[in-house]
Write a protein that binds this ligand. Sequence first.
Ligand SMILES: [Fe+2]
Ligand SMILES: [Fe+2]
Length: 331
Amino acid sequence: MKHFLVKSVVARVLVSGGSQNFTRHFVTASAAAPELKLRHLYGYLPRMSSTLAPSPAEKDQQQKQEKTASEEKRENENGVVSSYWGISRPKIKREDGTEWPWNCFMPWDTYRADVSIDITKHHEPATFGDKLAFRTVKFLNVLSHLYFKERYGCHAMMLETIAAVPGMVGGMVLHLKSLRRFQHSGGWIKALLEEAENERMHLMTMTELVKPNWHERLLIITAQGVFFNAFFLFYLVSPKVAHRFVGYLEEEAVNSYTEHLMAIENGKVENVPAPAIAIDYWRLPKDATVKDVIVVIRADEAHHRDVNHFASDIQYQGKELREAPAPLGYH
Ligand SMILES: [Fe+2]
Ligand SMILES: [Fe+2]
């Protein structure tokens, strides 16, 4: 008798407890966060879920999922790969509500250039390394002016293919150093890679405006092969002189873009509408022209000039880059 009573009490507790738990679970799931909690519930109680009628919220969610799946299928049929094992890029909009058209950069990579930056600043060469860097840049500048003459667009494009290399090499060398020594870089890896990416965006903008001919393409390929390897060795041997060299390269870039702007003002170069990529990247007005683009690119070059002279100065003081705060977040 005793055994029978104990068994019936245990059975009641189990039955009522189980059903109470299930009820509480279901109510919480459907009321608070239906999508997440129902998925959780279905995961554990698949047979129970099949007997329940879907709520309006569930129906809505289901319709949305079906719509997304059919859109994805249609895009895939049209030859556009919209996801990678189910990981899709969320729909991104501009501030005006139109769809973000670029895959190569996102709205949070865009910025407004600081056009108030001093474009006349010059670092007076003081040491032997400074003078060597300065003279080398001046010599290269004479060669490029002789080759390109007044083809400002082609000159700028050639310059950008070179200018995007030092940041990548410097960032890579610092990255490897950080791995070898188990040390933080003080943000300098990111700062230099940001510079390289910004220079590459200058190039992507220029290629919308200028179409290089075959011998210019050949020159670019040759110059990259030589310059990448030479600068890599240069950076390993003397990073302080390498940064000084880049500082002077950027000073020349500022001068080149000033000449480009003068050519636009004199009517030698047509002030055509700005490429769409430039309008989004620098958050320019919709009716911006190439002149506006050159102004913001020149401001970027002036910023790179200051970053690289600063990087050189730190090392001339006998310190490592990581000991000084990296100029992050400009781009
Ligand atoms: Fe540039
Ligand atoms: Fe630059």
